[in-house]
Design a protein around this ligand. Sequence first.
Ligand SMILES: CC(C)(COP(=O)(O)OP(=O)(O)OC[C@H]1O[C@@H](n2cnc3c(N)ncnc32)[C@H](O)[C@@H]1OP(=O)(O)O)[C@@H](O)C(=O)NCCC(=O)NCCS
Length: 188
Amino acid sequence: MTPRIRLRPTMQSDSDFVVSLENDPANLPFITPWDRTQHEAAIRFPDMRHFVVEGGAGLEPVGFLILIGCRNPHQSIELKRMVIAAKGQGLGRAALRVAKRVAFDDLGAHRFWLDVKSRNLRAKALYDAEGFVMEGTLREAVRVATRSSSLPAGRESQAAQDFDSLHVLSMLKAEFLQRRADGLEAAA
Ligand SMILES: CC(C)(COP(=O)(O)OP(=O)(O)OC[C@H]1O[C@@H](n2cnc3c(N)ncnc32)[C@H](O)[C@@H]1OP(=O)(O)O)[C@@H](O)C(=O)NCCC(=O)NCCS
């Protein structure tokens, strides 16, 4: 059973939480962080939905996620970012299921998509398990931040040229409805 979570719209007063979670060393390798003003703009911009994920007994903030393209005429909505503080407890899966419902049921998505760095094995495993279909790979599409201090002397320039690939995955509305009919989209 997935843990109980809910999404609520992010408020400006959540900015410290969002920015600090994004800059946590446990998350930085897997995302390209935004600065505070980008998050604050995303909260206001009608094409985006910025949510705090609340969970646990007291429904305290446990993460955040961002949807973009919510008004796009192609009904193709992107899960731009999802970050969960306490990993491996099923909160990410639960949040992803709610995000699907928001995208398909509330926002009328025909296609719900995302990209994930190839080295992000945990997130990729989650998206695969949750029925997202691999569309392709953007090869060496993003620079990877590697702390030169953690490298042996003389390898700093090599780190500067370190790139990762992005896998693009998606789910179509018909696939989502089929999963729901098969009982694979159960809420907490
Ligand atoms: C990716 C993330 C959102 C997933 O949330 P989570 O709460 O940790 O994930 P869950 O506990 O729901 O795990 C779901 C699945 O992920 C997979 N998984 C979990 N930990 C894993 C690990 N260490 N390695 C590989 N797969 C793993 C499993 O398939 C798991 O399903 P299972 O419990 O049935 O085996 C979260 O780990 C996170 O914030 N990571 C850093 C930021 C990030 O990578 N965001 C996504 C960018 S695309």
